[in-house]
Write a protein that binds this ligand. Structure first.
Ligand code: TYM
Length: 345
């Protein structure tokens, strides 16, 4: 395999209700990776409009995700934070990759099936093509590593398939333009730790989600201490005390979820949490989880609210990040055009 410079890329949709799942599954990983890698973190507004959005709300949500990145500790000077629509090469490469991806590949995407439900004839074409835009997001920077939650695994596999097919389809042109054997890397998903799939607080078999109609199903990053405490105390559990071994969580999805959340927030493992709380009643464990959640999330929520109100600061971060991202994206897109045989200025 050709050597590509290691580069991290990931994205979050500005669709409101940023929650603990987004934070533990993705954003905390973004924060850690900035110590070891160059990172690009994108607010994917083009993805958001695959389902209807109210324009003023969308503007606020774009600022809110940006604020969440910064409040969580991502440094927008050292790394790149921007919103997708300010770098048109994402949409441009997505079109090219729509011509690489096969219909059969997209037909297998479970997230599309879930989101479209029974009303398939009536969802947008954009919702169907969502995963090729996601592949373009990553490949337009030739990024090598992509931190995401478990639910994005299939989309990442598709991005790898698309990259490989492009490399194969245009192998001769890629070589003759001096790009070696592979033009695009196969981006590697980074899905690790005890909270890659945080579940609803009301139902341990359902993913914690921005769109769940019940606000009690999730902890939002902007929830205050009272809201966090109420939601954790009301979280569904079972009547047994906590087990001492991880194996004891296997048939207890709600207990497994809360232990996973505790482990991720305290940066340890489920086994270590059970070593401490094994045989404790849920009331005891939930009190500790409330304290931990409030200590970890409270300051982030407060800082997010402060930053979101400062439109000119947030917008300047996005403008600066977009400019820096554009330079990189344009370079790739020009090379793609050369490989395809387009004539360019
Ligand atoms: P989005 O906005 O739905 O979610 C953002 C990130 O949060 C993760 N996540 C979760 N992790 C653990 N438990 C949960 N309950 C949970 N819910 C969400 C997601 O896996 C994701 O990492 N398609 C992406 C956005 C995207 C993207 C990209 C990601 C667009 N282009 C390129 C990576 C690379 C999405 O909808 O994320």
């Amino acid at each position: 395999m050709a050597a590509f410079k290691e580069l991290v890329f990931s994205g979050v949709q500005p669709t409101g209700n940023l929650h603990l799942g987004n934070y533990l599954g993705a954003i905390t990983k973004f924060v850690t990776l900035q110590e070891s890698h160059d990172c690009i973190y994108c607010v994917v507004d083009l993805h958001a409009i695959t389902v209807p959005q109210e324009p003023l709300t969308l503007t606020n949500n774009i600022r809110e995700v940006t604020a969440a990145f910064i409040a969580s500790g991502i440094d927008p000077k050292k790394h790149i934070i921007f919103n997708q629509s300010q770098v048109p090469e994402h949409a441009e490469l997505a079109w090219v990759l729509n011509c690489t991806a096969r219909l059969g590949w997209l037909n297998r995407m479970t997230q599309f099936k879930e989101k479209a439900g029974k009303d398939r004839e009536n969802v947008s074409v954009g919702l169907y093509a969502y995963p090729t835009l996601m592949a373009a997001d990553i490949l337009v920077y030739r990024a090598t590593h992509v931190p995401v939650g478990e639910d994005q695994k299939q989309h990442l596999e598709l991005a790898r398939d698309i990259a490989q097919k492009f490399n194969n389809d245009f192998a001769d042109s890629i070589a003759s333009h001096g790009f070696g054997e592979e033009f695009f890397p196969s981006p590697e998903p980074l899905i690790q730790g005890p909270a890659t799939r945080v579940m609803s607080l009301r139902d341990g078999n359902k993913k914690m989600s921005k769109s769940d109609p019940s606000d009690y199903s999730r902890i939002n990053l902007t929830d205050d201490a009272d809201a966090i405490a109420t939601k954790v105390r009301k979280a569904k559990t079972d009547p047994e005390p906590l087990p001492s071994e991880e194996k004891g969580l296997e048939t207890r999805p709600e207990a497994d979820n809360l232990v996973g959340i505790y482990a991720a927030l305290s940066e340890t493992t489920k086994a270590a949490v059970l070593a401490e709380f094994g045989s404790a009643q849920f009331s005891t464990f939930k009190s500790a989880l409330v304290d931990l959640s409030v200590a970890k999330l409270g300051p982030i929520g407060g800082e997010m609210k402060r930053l979101v109100a400062d439109h000119s600061y947030i917008d300047s971060v996005l403008a600066d990040g977009s400019e820096r991202a554009s330079v990189l994206a344009r370079r790739t897109m020009n090379s793609v055009k050369d490989v395809l045989g387009f004539i360019r200025r």
